[in-house]
Design a protein around this ligand. Structure first.
Ligand code: MCA
Ligand code: AMP
Length: 504
């Protein structure tokens, strides 16, 4: 029978018993954080959250660097029954403002360095409390925490109660908050732990991903916690840090850029991977060329899986069976997947259409957007992913494209509409179209195609300058081209396929 309880309990007290000295987070330069300390430390943060009036169902928005404390805060929010909402650390105050308005949190936690600016922004937006997370920063959430009692309670939460909201940009340019429940996150973690044959108590996870997305926060950390694994917890990705920690790890999860950068480094070799059991890739397509080069260099076949913020992980190549380059494998146990055309007709084997999915991992809808949520589900409850795919007679799925206007750069999703809206506001711009073009490092890169007003002298530098502070750096165009007119079809719709063909 499946559990129906607070996810915190599954993460902190899983079925496996391991030594009380088992290390959870092994962060370079820090004293290791032990599994046995979690109950006590999250109990203290829980007390602080209660003192700030954070109740079950309240939102806690955070924009904080990756750290042991950030993980403890996440666990304490689960424990308190609060809804945890992590934001990309690259977002500008202008972007953060939207999320604070939309989520209306009880508490906002930011970095000490941005405490004054963001604290005043949050106060203007009627956020009751802003705190910082850092050693001695102003408004430190953890100040004097050691003096607080450990609150032994764990808020009662059922499978349908929300654990987290993760914002994912929308094709209309407005970010949508995907509502993920305790049940969604637990079912996905349990499935992945089993499917990838996690070695309880002995696997060591190399973790260099950010912890404000599904990949780094849920897939990686939840698998590790379900398996009582030690996590080599790298604050900021670098090839050198991977090379240093690979010999002491058994599992790594990464976006394709991690793998291409490793392969670009001549000192990366099979010897460094001698203790590795499993390399997993996802968040963006892994090129067959990268897969093959990795096998040649290390003897390891990267296991590619596919997922979405709204669903967690959906498919995976098998652990024991064939890991095929270019395919994302099979629907995970408990997940039902099918391919449909734009009218919703289910397609035959090997035909290309949009992938639709249903299962305990699938979110319940977008925060405060009931109509938008309804549009993304079929009448029989399948979520329409917007990913173009094929499924063969054995159920093997290949992602062949996207029906949504989306760029994935280094594993970060970038919605062209959001960038076009900002560029179109710049003086002298008549209109713009943003597309993704192939990029050796990031997979895809943002290219802005701009049409200037008649008699207006505009340069790429002027446009980039105007975008500073308005859009996070990773969303800003890597290149800008000017043309006289955007290609349009008879309906007046910009022909992005033609632009992509012209500007590869
Ligand atoms: C950094 N920059 C980028 C990106 N990252 N530009 C475009 N795309 C990017 N992904 C820019 C910075 O703004 C900066 O610009 C310059 O590149 C160097 O920044 P730095 O921070 O040093 O970059 P980096 O450390 O080299 O970062 C590359 C990275 C990072 C490690 C690949 O982007 C990353 O961690 N990506 C993983 C994202 C992820 O976890 N995605 C999962 C979400 P300038 O030089 O101009 O200042 S998807 C998900 O969760 C779903 C469910 C799934 O399936 O997994
Ligand atoms: P996000 O909204 O950040 O959760 O990104 C989800 C999107 O990433 C999916 O809808 C896919 O378009 C893409 N994606 C994730 N994993 C893969 C993969 N292995 N291959 C191709 N695309 C992927």
């Amino acid at each position: 029978m499946s559990l129906n309880e607070n996810l915190y309990l599954s993460l902190v007290n899983p079925a496996q018993t391991v030594s009380s000295e088992q290390v959870f987070l092994n962060s370079p330069g820090r004293t290791p954080l032990l599994y046995s300390q979690l109950e006590h430390l999250t109990g203290k943060i829980h007390s602080r959250l209660l003192a700030l009036g954070v109740s079950p169902g309240d939102r806690v928005v955070v924009q904080i660097q990756k750290s042991n404390e950030a993980v403890l805060l996440y666990l304490a929010c689960l424990r308190a029954g609060a809804i945890y909402i992590p934001l990309n650390t690259a977002y500008t105050p202008n972007e953060v403002k939207y999320f604070l308005q939309d989520a209306a949190p009880k508490l906002f936690v930011c970095e000490p360095a941005s405490y004054l600016e963001l604290g005043s922004l949050a106060t203007d937006l009627q956020v009751p409390f802003t705190k910082s997370l850092g050693d001695s920063g102003q408004g430190n959430l953890l100040k004097g925490i050691e003096l607080l009692p450990d609150n032994p309670d764990v808020a009662h939460r059922s499978n349908d109660d929300l654990a987290s909201i993760l914002y994912t940009s929308g094709t209309t340019g407005r970010s949508k908050g995907a509502m993920l429940s305790h049940g969604n996150l637990r079912s996905n973690a349990q499935t992945l732990h089993d499917y990838w044959q996690w070695q309880d108590g002995t696997d060591v996870l190399l973790h260099a991903l950010p912890i404000f997305h599904v990949h780094g926060l849920f897939v990686a950390l939840h698998c590790a916690m379900f398996g009582r694994s030690t996590v080599n917890f790298i604050q900021k990705f670098s090839v050198d840090s991977l090379i240093q920690h690979l010999p002491h790890s058994t599992v790594m999860m990464g976006v394709p850029t991690f793998y291409t950068r490793l392969l670009d480094n001549l000192s990366f070799n099979a010897q460094l991977c001698k203790n590795m059991r499993l390399f997993i890739a996802g968040s963006a397509p892994l090129l067959a060329e990268t897969h093959d080069q990795f096998v040649a260099r290390t003897g390891h076949k990267i296991l590619e899986r596919y997922g979405m913020t709204e669903c967690g992980m959906i498919t995976s190549n098998p652990y024991d069976g064939k890991r095929i380059a270019g395919s994302v494998g099979f629907a995970l146990p408990g997940v039902s997947a099918r391919v449909a055309d734009s009218e919703g007709n289910i397609l035959a084997d090997n035909e290309t259409g949009v992938l639709e999915v249903k299962g305990p991992n699938v979110f319940s809808g977008y925060w405060k957007m009931p109509e938008k949520s309804a549009e993304e589900f079929t009448d029989d409850g399948y979520f329409i992913t917007g990913d173009l795919s094929t499924m063969d007679s054995t159920g093997r799925i290949t992602i062949v494209g996207r029906s949504k206007d989306l760029i994935i750069s280094g594993g970060f999703n970038i919605y062209p509409k959001e960038i076009e809206t900002e560029i179109d506001q710049i003086e002298g711009v008549k209109e713009s179209a943003v597309i993704g073009v192939p990029h050796a490092d990031f997979g895809e890169a943002v290219l802005a195609v701009v049409v200037a007003e008649a008699n207006c002298e505009l340069s790429g530098d002027v446009i980039l300058e105007s975008l500073q502070g308005r859009l996070a750096k990773f969303k800003q165009p890597k290149s800008i081209v000017f043309i006289d007119e955007l290609p349009r079809n008879v309906m007046g719709k910009v022909q992005k396929a033609q632009l992509r063909a012209n500007h590869q």
